[in-house]
Design a binder for this molecule. Structure first.
Ligand code: TRP
Length: 445
């Protein structure tokens, strides 16, 4: 991706897919997905998530990419160019939600950094699951430590966005993503062969339909938006760098498939080992950080595996956090003509400060909102409220305001076929109704 004032283009089709998949695959798949699934009924949640990813998720992703490709500007600018200034409000909503998400994303990103170091300093020396849970609890209640690592993670994010995404990070991702993939396959092998693993597999894969409620649907929809980086304008910006003749359907399908696959793999590692060590699936935000070390400890060369995993996990989180900072920073660069340096430093600094209550809310200081910790409340508000609202208006915009441009953007001036017509109907009717119903049902029930 080029950062010059003249608009750049992706150097290759793969470059786009890697950057978009890099944004999508991150804490959402490896940290958020297992813990939300654990709290929301296991396999029933996985099933609903699957359905939503491959209907609303993929349609919205294609739609956002088209908005960028047609508008050729950032989220706010592209909405304004295609629909007038009223619609630019949707882009604005995305900028605000990105602020909120990145504020606590940096906190969890910091946890991954901390666990790289902890792999060498005793984390692998303990064998009982209870000890690992205690180490985690002690860590997140230690405000200084948590904030230190949060600041480190945010500094890394600012550094990369400041330097421009094209050089190092893109090359790094080409290595990190496949490496993460291979390591996860290895971990699945270890996890499912633990004694007692079967119970975990059935919790994760055998749906109990009685557990499907409006709340489960709302959580799954929030997870769909969050994990695919939708509704905040990331895909609009990335789409704006696409050449005219790109295959958007194919690219979106690949990104959705990869994200779903990594989430599934994370679940296949975490749930079997969870049940094997009699831990609680509903344990909440710490799930990944409590379960994985126990699995590593059961492998020869545990320190090596643990450190490698958390390094790759950190890079997966970093390629997502840079896309969040890019949304906000690019707005300040375009609209207020700030320099890239000023925008990334100021915005990054403000977001880090905004993350402090989330960082401290995990045990250091009691900060709750509606009975949720500050971090959970920020996450709920951004993922289950702001994102669905912004997603709702985005599909309305696509399906009813600019349907011709939308179809044209996908078929590249060719004739629309069956696939495109089905997609348009999803955008016009199915997606808005589903989002609305899930949103209302989820909040009430
Ligand atoms: N999808 C990322 C993850 O799963 C998080 C993320 C990055 C995101 N950019 C986004 C979420 C934009 C929503 C919108 O970790």
């Amino acid at each position: 991706m080029q950062e010059a004032k003249g608009r750049g283009e992706w150097s290759s089709k793969l470059g786009f897919i890697l950057a978009a998949a890099g944004s999508a695959i991150g804490l959402g798949s490896i940290w958020r997905f297992p813990y939300i699934a654990g709290q929301s009924g296991g396999a029933a949640f996985v099933l609903v998530y699957f359905l939503l990813v491959f209907t609303i998720g993929i349609s919205l992703m294609m739609g956002e990419i088209v908005i960028g490709k047609k508008g050729r500007l950032n989220a706010v600018g592209s909405f304004r160019a295609l629909g007038g200034s009223r619609w630019s409000l949707v882009g604005w909503g995305g900028v605000i939600a990105s602020f909120i998400i990145l504020s606590y994303y940096g906190v969890i990103g910091g946890w991954t950094v901390a666990y790289i170091f902890k792999s060498f300093t005793g984390l692998m020396g303990v064998s009982a699951a209870g000890d690992v849970a205690r180490i985690f609890q002690d860590f997140i209640s230690d405000g200084w430590q948590v904030v230190l690592y949060q600041v480190l993670f945010m500094a890394g994010t600012v550094f990369v966005v400041f330097r421009g995404v094209s050089g190092g990070i893109e090359r790094l991702c080409t290595f990190c993503m496949p490496a993460l993939f291979l390591l996860m396959i290895l971990l699945i092998g270890r996890s499912v062969t633990l004694p007692g693993a079967m119970e975990g597999l059935s919790f994760f894969l055998k749906p109990d339909f009685s557990k499907i409620t409006g709340k489960v649907f709302l959580s799954a929809m929030g997870q769909t938006f969050f994990s695919l980086s939708l509704a905040l304008g990331v895909m609009i910006i990335y789409g704006s760098y696409l050449p005219d003749d790109s295959n958007i359907l194919g690219a979106s399908a690949q990104i959705c498939f990869l994200t779903f696959l990594v989430s599934l793999m994370a679940g296949l590692i975490i749930f079997p080992s969870l049940f094997a060590f009699s831990l609680e699936p509903g344990a909440g935000a710490g799930l990944t950080f409590i379960t994985l070390p126990v699995v590593f400890a059961k492998m020869p060369g545990s320190v090596f595996w643990s450190a490698s995993f958390f390094v790759l996990f950190f890079f997966a989180a970093l390629t997502s956090s840079i896309s969040l900072l890019e949304v906000v920073a690019s707005y300040f660069i375009d609209a207020l003509s700030w320099s890239r340096r000023k925008a990334t430093l100021v915005v990054g600094g403000v977001i880090t400060l905004m993350g402090l209550p989330s960082a401290l809310s995990q045990g250091a200081v009691e900060i709750t909102v509606f009975g949720l910790s500050f971090l959970d409340a920020a996450d709920f508000f951004a993922s289950n409220i702001l994102m669905p609202v912004s997603g709702f208006f985005t599909v309305l915009f696509l399906g009813w305001w600019i349907p011709d441009a939308v179809v044209d953007g996908v078929v590249n001036s060719g004739t629309p076929g069956m696939k495109e017509r089905v997609w348009l109907w999803i955008l016009k009717i199915i997606a808005p109704i589903c989002i609305l119903v899930i949103f209302i049902a989820g909040l009430r029930w």
